[in-house]
Design a protein around this ligand. Structure first.
Ligand code: NAP
Length: 329
């Protein structure tokens, strides 16, 4: 039976499920493994369950010759060199779908928190006390209901955000790689070029994967296109936004505020973001609910068990690798 290396603390029932099928399981406890640590930890593994913080590149793949599958605990696979894995006949899987609603909920929480200055108001109340109800208080915000939202990346999470926006009576604009006629009809969403979306939206929510095309999709040229009273929400990946340009836009009043769950150089957060009051920050917790993390763990284990049985994993990212490993019939 195979050795499975899991680079993070994991649900015991899922480790047990791997063991039930006779596999030996090693679990890494402690801070995320760097490249050398990962290679040493997984040296004879046939299956690897990894986090975004684990970079699985050509060097790692070549150092782990027994590897058959890399199962990512997340839907974005920008931490894995998928082309290199495919060349080597290593299957790559992710956890799409099971985290969609939790991530859309967090996007909505950031949007509301930034619009209504909830974190700032909470902090001031704890520090200064409640000064009493006033007509024009310090924490005046902006309306959400009935306004215009622009969603960039109209896949699973983008459309889940749009469903929430529909409940808030919003005009829904979207920009994506391909048009989504069914979602347009169901949600009343309108496809527009990115520049038009930025100009027209009161809230811009980023839901694209991180790729070469989306790296710094929003930067010094794009931010000034947004309305001065608009709010940017990023639940995608940090490098989709040029963080230096965002700090500039927030400081110069080019936009009103931002809600960020992801950062350009995680786990580092731009020091100036920490000093700005018009930004709400969360430490990449988009999918961090108990039920969602359990579903992600279960799906990663389903993928590993399938691959180790010689079956096609349910959420395979690189189907091109499958013919290379598919058992001969
Ligand atoms: P998805 O269903 O694949 O949706 C992504 C959408 O982005 C697709 O509609 C895709 O277009 C579009 N897209 C890709 N490249 C684009 C480009 N260059 N310009 C415009 N649109 C582009 O993925 P998902 O499940 O919604 O997840 C989206 C991303 O969210 C993930 O990749 C991940 O990085 C991030 N995420 C973050 C968290 C968190 O904790 N904050 C949690 C989950 C996911 P097509 O439909 O044409 O392919």
């Amino acid at each position: 039976m195979a050795k499975v290396a899991v680079t993070t603390e994991f649900f015991p029932e899922e480790i047990e499920r791997l063991r039930t099928f006779g596999h030996s399981v090693s679990v890494h406890h402690g801070p995320p493994l760097d490249k050398e640590g990962l290679i040493a930890f997984a040296c004879d593994a046939e299956a690897l369950i990894v986090l975004l913080a684990n970079r699985v590149d050509e060097e790692v793949l070549s150092a782990l010759p027994r590897l058959r599958i890399v199962a990512n605990l997340g839907v974005g696979v920008d931490n894995i060199d998928v082309s290199a894995a495919t060349r080597r006949g290593v299957l790559v899987t992710n956890t799409p779908g099971v985290l969609t609603e939790a991530t859309a909920d967090l996007a909505w929480a950031l949007l509301l928190a930034a619009a209504r200055r909830i974190v700032e108001a909470d902090q001031d109340l704890r520090r200064e006390g409640f000064p009493g109800w006033t007509f024009l208080p310090k924490h005046m915000g902006v309306d959400v209901y009935g306004r215009t939202i622009g969603i960039v990346g109209f896949g699973r999470i983008g459309q889940a955000v749009a469903r929430r926006a529909k409940g808030f009576g919003m005009t829904i604009l979207y920009h994506s790689r391909t048009r989504k006629p069914q979602a347009e009809e169901e949600l009343g969403a309108r496809f527009v070029p990115l520049s038009e979306l930025l100009r027209e939206s009161d809230f811009v929510v980023l839901c694209v994967p991180l790729t070469q095309e989306t790296h710094h999709l929003i930067g010094k040229n794009e931010l000034p296109l947004m309305k001065k009273e608009a709010i940017l929400v990023n639940v995608a990946r940090g490098p989709v936004v040029d963080e230096e340009a965002l700090v500039w836009a927030l400081k110069e009043g080019k936009i009103l505020g931002a809600g960020l769950d992801v950062f350009e150089r995680e786990p580092e957060v731009h020091p100036e973001l920490l000093t700005l009051k018009n930004v709400v920050l969360t430490p990449h917790i988009g999918s961090a609910t108990w039920a969602t993390r359990r579903r992600m763990a279960a799906l990663a284990v389903d993928n590993v068990l399938a691959a180790l049985r010689g079956e096609r994993p349910p959420t395979l990212v690189n189907p091109e690798a499958w013919p290379k490993v598919m058992p001969a019939t």
